[in-house]
Design a protein around this ligand. Structure first.
Ligand code: SF4
Length: 466
């Protein structure tokens, strides 16, 4: 019988079915960082437990890392304490840590794929909501809470219910200056922020198939913003070409054997899904969020909708969003003034994202009233960008070139919005308070659109610049 990747990977990692009906699932790769591990490690120490599979556990430092002065001790005592805990815990349990000296430090969802740790057919867990990113290579990857981090550390297993599967097709071809962020924001707008609850998303169709791996990572990254437990793309030649030669990918004949197996985990032709949804990629234009969740978005040429046009159960949230953002219904999103521009995060902090932002940056100077940050997703991304001279392009245009980390995606370091500042951001969440200020405002958009907004000082249409 034709089976989906979800069926095959789930079955291959099933230890047993629990009395609750959940599956005891073996986790092939456990990625850890400084924010969701201190309590988990403490519980292991209290119970005198060891890490069950240290060879399948890898750590990094990302959320709290300053992106300017990284001299230890860090200026923020909380950041210093969290970094110190992570360094000590990984040393105590003999786990690899991609620390600041490793040359491989970065956002957990950027370094996993770029190091080749993330591979097709795996189950991957991490104490961070955006773990679905890794699904881009054909893995089942999901975020977990601190107590589950403890469980995976101690047993390498999780108790989980298998979600239903929705095939999300993106048909047609993307127009010029329409990017992966526009695709996933378009999907979330269409299916809703809760549309994926109880589901995993298998992304497919010609637009997804033509995407580079970095674009697929962007799409899968925001699966959780559409309510899906995780999302993935079937592994194909793009996947294999991306993984070949990466430090933790199999080498030589082992790589060829791995590819032969990876091909078998892809969804079979004719496999049945619990649901199918399709969107027309050709109809998308650059997308900008106007509200307080990633489903509240419009095309850059559109106007902010009226609450009355929304389903009744969403009208209150629409009104709250308009009040928080200081927008009025019917207002064009284009022209909305911004104070801050942020290119970075696990959604859009990879080399291809910086390249396209630099292409825009070459066209002008950052508006005088805008604070513009470019934050590479990893040290490797930073080095590759510097080798191409992108940092100079950004600096000449008036952007700040920062060091790798999560930065203003959630403002756990010094990179925060101040007061009611309005941010054009290439990250993944526009919730109230997300970027470090309880009254701050976030407009999500692609890196190219962020760079365009930085130059104009307001939301603008990147198609008019490139
Ligand atoms: S960049 Fe943002 S979403 Fe990604 S891991 Fe860091 S804080 Fe989480």
């Amino acid at each position: 019988m034709a089976r989906t990747l979800l069926d095959k990977v789930w079955e291959a990692h099933t230890v047993r079915t629990l009395p609750s009906g959940q599956t005891q699932l073996l986790i092939g790769l456990h990625l850890i960082h400084e924010v969701t591990t201190p309590q988990a490690f403490q519980m292991l120490k209290d119970l005198k437990l060891v890490v069950r599979m240290p060879e399948r556990t890898f750590g990094t430092l990302d959320h709290i890392i300053p992106t300017t002065d990284q001299t230890r001790p860090y200026a923020d005592p909380m950041a210093e304490e969290m970094a110190e805990h992570m360094i000590r815990n990984t040393r105590d349990f003999a786990l690899p840590l991609f620390d600041m000296q490793s040359g491989r430090q970065g956002i957990v969802h950027v370094i996993g794929p770029e190091l080749g740790l993330t591979q097709p057919g795996m189950t991957i867990a991490c104490g961070d909501s955006h773990t679905a990113t890794h699904g881009a290579v054909g893995a089942i990857a999901f975020g977990i809470g601190t107590s589950q981090v403890r469980d995976v550390l101690a047993t390498q297993c999780l108790a989980m219910a298998k979600p239903k599967l929705r095939h999300v097709r993106v048909d047609g071809a993307l127009a010029r200056c329409v990017y992966a962020t526009d695709v996933i924001l378009g999907i979330i707008r269409r299916l809703g922020v809760n549309g994926g609850v109880g589901y995993a998303y298998e992304y497919g169709g010609p637009v997804i198939e033509r995407m580079t791996m970095e674009e697929r990572l962007t799409v899968c990254n925001m699966s959780i913003e559409g309510g899906a437990r995780f999302g993935y793309v079937n592994p194909d030649q793009t996947t294999f070409d991306y993984l070949r030669g990466r430090p933790y990918a199999p080498k030589g004949e082992a790589f060829d054997r791995a590819v032969a197996w990876w091909k078998t985990v892809a969804t079979d032709a004719g496999a049945r899904f619990d649901d199918v949804a399709s969107i027309d990629g050709s109809a998308l234009e650059p997308v900008v969020t106007w509200g307080i969740n990633p489903g509240m978005s419009v095309g850059v040429s559109e106007r902010i909708p009226s609450p009355e046009a929304a389903p009744e159960h969403e009208r209150r949230t629409y009104r709250e969003a308009l009040a928080h953002m200081g927008f009025v219904e019917g207002q064009p999103i284009k022209g909305a003034r911004i104070d801050v521009a942020f290119v970075g995060s696990c959604t859009n902090g990879r080399l291809s994202d910086l390249r396209v932002a630099a292409e825009v940056a070459r066209k002008g100077k950052v508006a005088r009233h805008v604070r513009a940050l470019i934050v590479p997703g990893s040290q490797q991304v930073a080095r590759a960008a510097e080798a191409e001279g992108l940092h100079e392009v950004f600096q000449e245009a008036g952007f700040q070139w920062r060091k790798a980390g999560c930065s203003m995606c959630l403002g756990m370091n010094d990179d925060k919005l101040q007061g009611r500042e309005m941010s054009a951001s290439s990250s993944n969440r526009n919730f109230i308070g997300r970027q470090g200020s309880p009254t701050g405002r976030t407009l999500l958009m692609s890196p190219a659109m962020v760079a365009a907004a930085a130059l104009a000082g307001s939301v603008s249409d990147v198609r008019e610049i490139l």
